[in-house]
Design a protein around this ligand. Structure first.
Ligand code: ADP
Length: 402
């Protein structure tokens, strides 16, 4: 079975074509600047193959997906001979709200439910829905599945997902913690259990997805019981440009002081805060590390803030679960940044986690970074959301007996 995985953003589209017989990547790529000038597609006919760049007018997602199909079929850099070789399409969908606690076969009813969730993810869900509709048009009859960022966290209990505001805001407007990066937290927590050789349904794992957007999750017995992102991906730890947790009273205070309206305040919190806002240098942790190494004081504070806040979540989630077996690092910063992992894990001996600086001297691949005698294991586990989407899609399609 061959499964095409699509992740449609507002102006970009990522894709991977999997051969599910051996879970190999037949092709992968990225369309950038959809609906903007100088649009292009970067295509790789294989995981490590050199990339081919195709420049074209790409006014919309229909043209973008058409170009992806053309690249997959191309007589030089293509990897399939016929469209019918694509057995299914799996879509990453950001917000499933309370309607979806797992991945689903996409029907007209599902599309309606997704449209009803647009208000919860106004930037992300519309392009996801467009992707589904365009595939229906270009590949009629090919089954499609939706895999949601929020679904894994639907196992949280009300005391973990409700906010301390009037209950009607939850029942009337859906204001509650949803959590994001669920596909990643699910993959790496499960993988940690495979590595440790302990049953997933018996393990307590804290997963730290640290990228441009970061979230921490507490996974108890294979179920997410809490996570740091909330109603939107703004809550939680310090991120590239997002503030993370802050006293909500700061918002009206600043709006009055700086004469900002709600949209301007929202923009500050999402685009101008986080590492960028505190450091005044960059949203990229590599730039912050470089500046801190050169003695830049604000860069140093930013690094310390980032680590301190993740550490606090680890402590909180160990308490929430009544213990922890493993702490896992993933995504851009989690997989690559040695100082970030060190700053987070140092001083957690009281919790049973003994950090090993030697073992931490690695990046981008699966590794144990706690000492051999550490009761709580710490791991780097590169995430693979596309593979999870492909696996879920295969499982759903096989279940349909198509
Ligand atoms: P996204 O949330 O956009 O998917 P990623 O998971 O790709 O983000 O993470 C991107 C971030 O990872 C970058 O902004 C950068 O801060 C960080 N990063 C990537 N490589 C390194 C590295 N070698 N050292 C430190 N940080 C890194």
């Amino acid at each position: 079975m061959k499964v095409l995985v699509l992740n449609c953003g507002s102006s970009s589209l990522k894709y991977q074509l999997f051969n599910m017989e051996d879970e190999s990547v037949l092709a992968k790529g990225l369309v950038q600047r959809i609906g903007i000038d100088n649009a292009y597609l970067e295509h790789r006919p294989g995981e490590d193959a050199p990339k081919v760049t195709i420049e074209d007018e790409i006014p919309n997602h229909t043209r973008a997906i058409q170009l992806v199909i053309e690249a997959l079929l191309h007589n030089e850099h293509g990897v399939i001979k016929d469209m019918t070789e694509i057995n299914a399409v799996g879509h990453r969908v950001v917000h499933g709200g309370e309607a979806f606690a797992g991945s689903v076969f996409i029907t007209d009813e599902v599309i309606k439910a997704l449209e009803a969730n647009v208000e919860l993810a106004p930037l992300h869900n519309p392009p996801n829905i467009v992707g589904v509709k365009v595939c229906e048009e270009l590949m009629p009859g090919v089954p499609q599945a939706g895999v949601f960022d929020t679904a894994f966290h639907q196992t949280m209990k009300p005391y973990a997902y409700l906010y301390g505001i009037p209950y009607e805001y939850y029942t009337e407007h859906g204001v509650r913690r949803y959590g994001f990066h669920g596909t990643s937290h699910r993959y790496v927590s499960k993988r940690a259990c495979e590595i440790m050789g302990i049953p997933y349904d018996k393990a307590k794992v804290i997963t730290c997805h640290l990228g441009n957007g970061s979230s921490i999750a507490a996974v108890d017995g294979g179920k997410s019981v809490d996570t740091s992102m909330g109603f939107t991906p703004l809550e939680g730890v310090l991120m590239g440009t997002r503030s993370g947790d802050l006293d909500p009273a700061i918002l009206p205070f600043l709006m009055r002081k700086e004469n900002m309206d709600a949209d301007q305040m929202d923009n500050v919190l999402n685009k101008k805060s986080g590492m960028l806002g505190v450091s005044g240098i960059s949203n990229d942790s590599r730039d912050i590390e470089a500046a801190a190494n050169e003695g830049n004081e604000r860069a140093k504070i930013t690094q310390d803030m980032f680590c301190y806040r993740v550490k606090k979540y680890i402590g909180a989630y160990a308490a929430a679960m009544g213990g922890v077996d493993a702490i896992v690092f993933t995504a851009g910063i989690g997989e690559n940044s040695k100082p970030a992992r060190a700053g987070i894990l140092e001083g957690l001996e009281f919790l049973g986690c003994k950090f090993d600086p030697e073992k931490n001297n690695t990046r981008g691949k699966e590794a144990l970074i706690s000492t051999d005698d550490s009761k709580v294991k710490a791991y780097i586990i590169p995430t693979n959301e596309e593979l999870v989407i492909a696996r879920d899609t295969k499982e759903i399609i096989e279940g349909l007996n198509i």
